[in-house]
Write a protein that binds this ligand. Structure first.
Ligand code: PMP
Ligand code: GLU
Length: 411
């Protein structure tokens, strides 16, 4: 059967692929310690689950309006306005089938295929952005964040990357895979560059917004580009329930866009998926208005794990790790081990071969860096959305395996 070139040339999601490989190894009976998926190990808070169950029992089982019911859109608009300073009316909100779907739609809306459009992507960046930028028909222009600068880009780099073809930037702070957030003043400085280029739309993916650890980086706070008055009319702010509320399997995201753009996005969603399941809408309201304690409890646990995994990784010879201070990822540079062999004789010459051999031989799953951007080729990603015990045991096992590489080193 014919497959279009734009789909055939697309790569599989590396995060989902490693998640599947880890699950397959487990199914074969291996004791796998998985740092693979960016998925909280916590269960969805009980009050949110009960709200959905009650709505279902009460018969909320019909189609809802395409962008979502009014109460949920109003709760989202209030949250964005009050918590993020992104002034939003409910008409500007679309509730989507996960944040991933929102990113897909936003890119479809801002890119004209065949027009030579470019979309900027500060890297290391989550694996799906580049594929979705290219699928929309734009060239993905990576802006590499240096390890020496905490994997963050500078305003000078941003200014240099902009060309007359630049139509957008995909912004993600806190970052997957870096596990870091930009300090507010750095976001403001980058926004100041974007202010000078009116053609550039900003897609700001803020899905890890609530997972920031001032315990690790004192004073660190979240800053939304959509709160900058001069950028408001060209920013699409994306967020979702997956990470902050441990609701990955529910598939709920949302985006707020300028009014005219919101109408276009709702039109697109109406032709794609229509609304999400209608009995989820009251659960969104419950999550946004009545779950702060549950979110804080999870955040505090992640903060402690961020410090723990950094300590453990620093004890692995050759690893260089920027301290995680947000989200639930550590992203060490492991390239010091390239050029070695495993005890079974497998050559390690890339993050991919490192991750493959680590899973095969030590049953520890990490995501190789290649698909997070060219500057991430020497890195692997570890998600610390797992127990303290798993972190200590898994990195202990990783350390032992890395030590065995040293013994087997070849030219
Ligand atoms: N953005 C980022 C940065 C992510 O890490 C993820 C991974 N889940 C998503 C968006 C998509 O989230 P979801 O579709 O579950 O809302
Ligand atoms: N975003 C998560 C991750 O990076 C979940 C998988 C995915 O959608 O990519 O692991």
């Amino acid at each position: 059967m014919f497959v279009s070139r734009r789909i055939a040339s697309m790569s599989e999601s590396a995060t989902l692929a490693v998640g599947a490989k880890a699950a397959a190894a487990r199914a074969k009976g291996h004791d796998v310690i998985a740092f693979a998926m960016g998925e909280p190990d916590f269960d969805t808070p009980e009050n949110i689950k009960r709200t959905a169950i009650t709505a279902l029992e009460r018969g909320m089982t019909k189609y809802a309006p395409t962008p979502g019911d009014k109460a949920a859109r109003e709760a989202i608009a209030r949250k964005l306005t009050q918590e993020n300073g992104v002034e939003t009316a409910f008409e500007q909100v679309t509730v989507t089938a996960g944040a991933k779907h929102a990113i897909y739609m936003a890119l479809q809306a801002i890119v004209e295929p065949g027009a030579g459009h470019e979309v900027l992507l500060p890297t290391p960046a989550w694996v799906s952005y580049k594929s979705l930028i290219e699928l929309a028909g734009a060239r993905c222009v990576e802006i590499p964040g240096a390890v020496a600068n905490g994997l963050r880009i500078t305003p000078e780099q941003l200014a240099e990357a902009i060309t007359p073809q630049t139509v957008g930037i995909v912004w993600n702070s806190p970052s997957n895979p870096c596990g870091t957030a930009y300090p507010a003043e750095e976001v403001r400085a980058l926004c100041a560059v974007l202010e000078r280029h009116e053609r550039i739309s900003i897609i700001s993916d803020e899905i890890y917004e609530k997972l920031i650890y001032p315990e690790v980086a004192p004073g660190l706070t979240h800053f939304s580009p959509g709160s900058v008055a001069s950028l408001r009319d060209r920013t699409i702010t994306i967020n979702g329930m997956s990470k902050s509320y441990a609701m990955t399997g529910w598939r709920i995201g949302y985006m707020a866009a300028p009014r005219a753009m919101a109408r276009e996005l709702i039109k697109l969603q109406g032709q794609m998926t229509n609304s999400i399941p209608s009995f989820f809408y009251p659960a969104i309201v419950e999550a946004l208005t009545n779950s702060a304690e549950g979110v804080e409890a999870m955040r505090a646990k992640f903060a402690a794990r961020a410090a723990l995994i950094k300590r453990e990784l620093d004890a692995v010879p050759g690893f260089v790790t920027v301290a995680p201070n947000a989200a639930f990822y550590a992203f060490p540079d492991v390239s010091a081990h390239f050029g070695k062999r495993t005890p079974r004789g497998t050559p390690i010459d890339s993050a991919q071969s490192f991750a493959d051999a680590l899973l095969d031989e030590a049953h520890v799953a990490v995501v190789p860096g290649e698909d997070f951007g060219a500057c991430a080729r020497g890195h692997v990603r570890l998600s610390f959305a797992c127990s303290d015990d798993a972190i200590v045991k898994g990195i202990g096992r990783l350390r032992g395996w890395v030590a065995s590489l040293d013994r087997q080193a070849s030219a």
